[in-house]
Design a protein around this ligand. Structure first.
Ligand code: PGA
Length: 249
């Protein structure tokens, strides 16, 4: 299976800079060894997808609402993301949990909405513990709890479209990548959890790692068992860095 490399541009770029980066992705990321995905902010999605046409680079949104349509000021629907051509949507990123109060219940509603309202978009469920939870030795139990609550009422056949991203909060934007041992243990733990919950379908669910990923650390990460791809923040703002990561065999 090809590795999935998602660039999470967050709110780092304005419209012009987003379009410029999309052009660099188009130039540099055609025909790599991986499935490459660009995640611009919402206002740039439609223009970025036009630029990326023919490059093979796919599109991810950073957010979605759980209702199909209606009076929900400032939100974006599954239908709109589908019309734009998004193939992935990040759900439950720790920054949204922290700054926007996105609870596990909200995360669950969003996951369910994407799985039910469209066949074309994969929800990327982000989970991961804080530094204090890690120091207390409770990382695995914490992540199991997040998975449990985010995936309430998700059926096995629906789960086949899921992607999980393990993003320890202490590694995001800090320059401190999780060690190979941390990643190996947590990804193995997540796979076992998914197998108990969804049976054989668990083998089809890609588990990505995220948190201070750069090309230099990506080789080791991608060689770790149960690491099916990477969610890249800061380093995804450089197409050259994404190219190096996406070409790792
Ligand atoms: P980072 O962000 O690579 O800048 O640590 C990763 C993420 O939050 O998705």
């Amino acid at each position: 299976m090809k590795k999935i490399i998602i660039g999470n541009w967050k709110m780092n770029l304005g419209l012009k800079a987003s379009l410029k980066l999309a052009m660099e992705y188009k130039k540099n990321l055609k025909g790599t060894n991986s499935v490459v995905v660009a995640g611009p902010s919402e206002f740039a999605l439609a223009d970025v997808v036009n630029i990326l046409k023919g490059s093979g680079v796919l599109l991810a949104a950073q957010n979605v609402f759980w209702q199909n349509e209606g009076a929900y000021t400032g939100e974006v629907s599954v239908k709109t993301l589908e019309e734009i051509g998004c193939r992935y949507v990040l759900i439950g990123h720790s920054e949204r949990r922290q700054y926007l109060g996105e609870s596990c219940r909200i995360v669950n509603q969003k996951i369910k909405a994407v799985l039910i309202l469209t066949q074309k978009i994969s929800p990327v469920l982000c989970v991961g513990e804080s530094l204090s939870t890690k120091q207390a030795g409770k990382s695995k139990i914490f992540v199991s709890g997040q998975l449990q609550r985010a995936l309430v009422n998700v059926k096995s056949f629906e789960a086949a479209r899921l992607v999980i991203a393990y993003e320890p909060i202490w590694a995001i934007g800090t320059g401190k990548t999780a060690t190979e041992k941390d990643v190996l243990e947590m990804h193995g733990h997540i796979r076992v959890w998914l197998s108990k919950r969804f049976g054989v379908v668990a083998g089809k669910i890609p588990i990505l790692y995220g948190g201070s990923v750069k090309a230099t650390v990506a080789i080791e990460l991608l060689a770790t068992p149960d690491v099916d791809g990477l969610l890249v923040g800061g380093a995804s703002l450089l197409a050259s860095e994404m190219k190096k990561i996406a070409n790792i065999k």
